[in-house]
Design a protein around this ligand. Structure first.
Ligand code: ATP
Ligand code: MG
Length: 352
């Protein structure tokens, strides 16, 4: 190992991952039950990663906690017409008198043919999630009115902040599931905040641009902030900070120099190094104290990504040369699709 830098080792490992040579790789990390996919920035690949990882998992509850509902749309193009959703799960904890609802999760295989036979359920989004930050704030502020003694006050805060945690427990038990993957919005207040209180660990997609790096730093700052996420850390029984389990650099490009097919391009290397440096400075937030165990690459999906989202079809099921015509433009699954599958499969193995 000596003589090589961490970045060189990560890149070398990534070339083994690319060809599916997983046996050559040894990473010892603890496994968790509940993961939240988040970065406080839009368009970095949170939903795409959640959707594709869902396909590999067994006995999974996926939750769409983003008001845009993109994950729900992947699972069911008409999700907003059917049954209960995340609003029905959370509001009874936040608004006195709201009746609670049971069996909110839907079977994904019923509405997305590619999940038929897979043991994957999901809780759909609701566009009312846009109002969640203010509803949650009102619920927490109500406890400041002087009507409650300190024990009652803490019970009310715990009820609100751990609402999602309790619902995950109830839904996984009722549906005989043992894992959970949560897709979040780019904003902390409301849904993402509840997801952190519910998660054992985070998966953080970072796109190869400066803004995504800034958002990753903001995420780390927010995790440690006593004004926001840690506001009730010392008072609430059961409070814990999720670990950062995987940082996934998305939309990565590779060198086009001949003979350099498995080398990331310069831009990818720059952002890989920046992620590594941030992780090194914050080791105690990681699932293990070695950043090398937690930094991975996801290629730019190119045509495969387009075909996958147009058909709501996991990348795992695409084959090179598959085509889809949309708006009279023909999109083709590119040759790198096998590499993307291996990258996704490896991230899945790191989780469960
Ligand atoms: N690895 C990737 N390579 C190429 N394109 C990707 C990759 N991951 C995601 N995309 C594309 O980038 C766009 C944004 O992806 P996605 O919707 O998953 O991001 P997001 O973080 O969930 O965004 P939002 O914050 O708005 O919910 C989509 O068009 C998606 O197809
Ligand atoms: Mg999204």
């Amino acid at each position: 190992m000596s003589g090589t830098t961490a970045l060189e080792r990560i890149i070398k490992r990534q070339s083994e991952i690319a060809v599916g040579n997983f046996d050559a790789i040894r990473i010892d990390v603890p496994k968790h039950r509940v993961y939240s996919v988040c970065n406080l920035r839009g368009g970095v690949g949170k939903t795409t990663l959640t959707f594709n990882l869902s396909y590999y998992a067994d006995r999974l509850l996926a939750i769409d906690l983003c008001p845009q509902g993109n994950l729900s749309y992947f699972f069911d193009k008409e999700y907003y017409l059917h049954g209960a959703n995340i609003r029905d799960a959370l509001l009874p904890y936040l608004i006195p008198g709201m009746p609670s609802v049971e069996r909110i999760a839907s079977y994904v295989g019923a509405t997305n043919q590619y999940f038929d036979g897979k043991n994957v359920y999901y809780i759909p989004s609701s566009n009312e999630l846009y109002l969640l930050p203010s509803v949650l704030n009102s619920a927490l502020n109500l406890t400041d009115g002087g009507l409650l003694d300190s024990t009652q006050r803490l019970a009310a805060i715990s009820n609100a902040l751990f609402s999602l945690r309790k619902e995950i427990k109830r839904e996984t038990t009722q549906n005989n599931l043992d894992k959970c993957l949560i897709d979040t919005s780019p904003f902390f207040s409301g849904g993402t905040e509840l997801s952190w209180h519910a998660s054992d660990a985070l998966i953080v997609p970072v796109r190869t641009d400066r803004q995504s790096i800034n958002s990753f730093e903001l995420l780390i700052k927010t995790m440690q902030s006593s004004a926001s996420f840690r506001k009730y850390a010392d008072k609430l029984e059961g409070f814990r900070t999720p670990k950062i389990h995987a940082v996934v650099l998305t939309h990565c490009g590779w060198s086009t120099r001949s003979g350099a097919r498995s080398l990331p391009n310069q831009q990818t290397k720059v952002y890989l190094q920046q992620c590594y440096d941030i992780m090194s400075r914050n080791r105690r937030l990681l699932s293990t104290d070695n950043p090398e165990n937690h930094l991975f690459i996801l290629d730019d999906f190119l045509g495969s990504g387009r075909v996958s989202s147009l058909e709501s079809k996991p990348i795992e099921l695409l084959k090179q040369g598959d085509t889809k015509t949309f708006d009279r433009v023909k999109v083709t699954v590119n040759a790198a699709v096998e590499k993307c599958k291996n990258e996704l499969r490896f991230i899945h193995r790191l989780l469960w």
